[in-house]
Design a protein around this ligand. Sequence first.
Ligand SMILES: Cc1ncc(COP(=O)(O)O)c(C=O)c1O
Length: 382
Amino acid sequence: MNIYFDNAASTRIDPSVVDAMLPYLTEFYGNPSSVHKEGKYLKVLVEEARDNVAAFLGVKPKEIYFTSGGTEANNFAVKGLAFSNEDKSKNHLIVSAIEHPAVLDSFMYLKKFGYRISLAAPDRYGFVHPGEIEKLITPETLLVSVMHANNEVGSLNDVKAISALCKSRNIYFHSDTVQSVGKTDVKPKELGLDFMTLSAHKIYGPKGVGILFKDENVRIDKYIHGGGQERDMRGGTENVASVAGLSRAVGILRNTMENDLKHYRHITGIIRKGLTDTFGENVSFNTPEKNSVPNILNVTFNHEKLNVPEGLLPVKLDLKGISVSGGSACSSGSLKPSKVLLEIGLEERKAQSSVRISAGRFNTEEEAVKLISALKEILITN
Ligand SMILES: Cc1ncc(COP(=O)(O)O)c(C=O)c1O
């Protein structure tokens, strides 16, 4: 396998998480809703997992809903609130322009139901400032959504200031915290969030499971109609093995987060310095040095001075055995420049000359050095 520097896309599952999941894929096969022993055992397991996640976030267990991941959790919050709103005068929503599609597209969908959407612009480093939100607020505003850490450039927004602004105007506030959990301390109550989301596969857990935190005082519509699971808000037999894996991943995080953060800083520090030493003024960083998550480094190489293949730098790195993400997204077979990079002001060619390097718990110093050498070979030697 490649040297893996794409941990913001997904992380390698921790072996101990697999151990925690296996019994629920083999010997414990009941349905948590059943009244017999097999069912009751699993029900207890799911509720213990909920307690564990709630304790980690400093919230009440009844404020946690298990979902199929970050995408569903974001859809659940945004659409659930919009659909439950009976005050027809509250028909305006504000969302940052650089949200993950799980949030942005959920908002756009709501146009169909009479909502007006305003997009809040980010600055050069992907920060969405409270002042930008304030300019857009109207008496009709129902909900504001601004992500905590941006998934492409890693900037960490001051969501506490934005939530305080929203509270003072009686507006609900949602924050996608998928990329910040495990990279900074995320306590929804301290940050003043009405909704936040988590995805297990970004924190060394399994794919296809996550949570929505919803403040107990906020009412939303149920998301999936079905058998009454998740306190009748999200139907469907619980994904017990994945919930057990999520709970273990969170448990590991409680013990390792301090070390993880040091490690991420160390590895991205080596890369930042290595790139600067190697490419000098021909490399620029889209990730701010301050107020960003420590694992993400988004960089643009000067295509006028270096041998930068348009949109294909990740492919070239892949051929050299290294995985990163690019400044382009593959959509319908063509490489389009990243919307986030365009929104923060990069021209198309610059966006296509960018890569996102994201470190993880399992990366080594040696791998960081190899990444720099590979980039040097591609961009300078050839
Ligand atoms: C900021 C952000 N939100 C939401 C998601 C979606 O999470 P999931 O893959 O669990 O659906 C991602 C995943 O890339 C993300 O980075």
